[in-house]
Design a protein around this ligand. Sequence first.
Ligand code: 4AD
Ligand code: MG
Length: 467
Amino acid sequence: MEKGIRIADLFRDEQKWLGKTVLVQGWVKTKRDSKAGVGFIELNDGSSLKGLQIITEQQGRGYSELLGKITTGSAILVEGIVSVSPGKGQSIEVRAERIHLYGRADPAAYPLQKKRHSFEYLRQIAHLRPRTNTIGAAARVRSRLSFAIHQFFQDRGFHYVHTPIITSSDCEGAGEIFRVTTLDPAQPLISAEAEDPYKADFFAKPAFLTVSGQLQAEIYALALGKVYTFGPTFRAENSNTSRHLAEFWMVEPEMAFYDLEDDLNTALEFIKYLIGVVLGECPEEVEFFGRYIEPELMKRLENAAQSSFEVITYTEAVDILTRSKERFVFPVEWGLDLQAEHERYLTEKVFGRPVGILNFPRALKPFYMRVNDDEKTVAAMDILVPGTGEIIGGSQREERLDVLLEQMRLKGIPTDDYHWYIELREFGSAPHSGFGLGLERLVQFVTGIPNIREAIPFPRTPGHAEF
Ligand code: 4AD
Ligand code: MG
């Protein structure tokens, strides 16, 4: 099969290609004919936001029949000469000498017309929406960020650990877990099996999709030093918000001999690094999102990449919120969790840049977080960003056996199921810390996309698992 040049590569080095014959392949974004038999096709191959202008000129009957068949959405090949474009909006164009139509798209039925479609509508056609500017650009940014995540940790001596997707533990203890079973609800168990239904089940015990790879990452940190896990995580959170998904990707570094301050510094360096990559390597996409999606975007990203972050304690955050004149829907009081509206108020209105919040009340956070000397708070850390609110959650882990057992008792965590976690505190326990960054929330932050459903190719939310 013939292989063309990527349109992005053509644009990157226009001078080099001028006058040369090239072959390009992609999908027709728009097509219009002018008088005098000259036609214009905007061709997009997904390598860049900008399409390539193709000029077609009448060359006999067969050719004009072929041109007539080419519609918006058609997949085509074009061979032609790269020329200086006299028109506005592009400096080069390709004068077609040969065109091949791979697959046509019926204009009466093709769901993507040349107009702005709502994100809700596009979600229903998730098989075609990556051909739109916004979803295509978000996909390229997401891909670049994923690679940068690996680069950041690999450059700093971290090892990539693959933690399990199926597990019998609930790391966050919030009970928002999806069950994994081979039992068929349509086929009731016979009475003998029904007494212990798990006996008949695949794993012979309750099993779930992981909510976080942290506990297993801790195992490897206490052997390899610095590790990270990066993969899909699942939460049966029945909340239909613009920042929650039932399936999302999380990157979780875990570091031996790191305390909360080291953890925070790593997280801040990490975020700045990732923003720097997006600004430096996805300028076309950032410009697009700033123009069409979030006017504040460039300012936000430059602020986050350059300025230092604000760091306050949970107690200070509650003070600021109670003293503010803002009317919140949810109550603010020491001991209550911060809601999205509180987080956004702090990072957008009070500080105008990313904010780290430390030392949350013990009762609000999972069993594994290290108890502070005041015994009322734990060494927790959340990082909030404008537009999204919480983007990172992390902590120093409880390495003291007696305190960990007390935490598990208070929170009703069965010690039998976590004997291995407890043993790590019996055999060479060491201070260690880590955090989790939600990839989709990061994509939201760097693109300004208002709803997390556009930050992942195939969003899973309550009632939605199509495609
Ligand atoms: O704050 P969370 O729940 O922390 C943990 O899971 C820890 N075990 C991480 C660790 O210390 N290793 O989740 C971490 C991040 C959040 O800050 C958010 O960015 C993202 O994961 N997140 C979600 N993203 C999309 N949809 C959801 N339902 C999310 N829940 C959490
Ligand atoms: Mg959290």
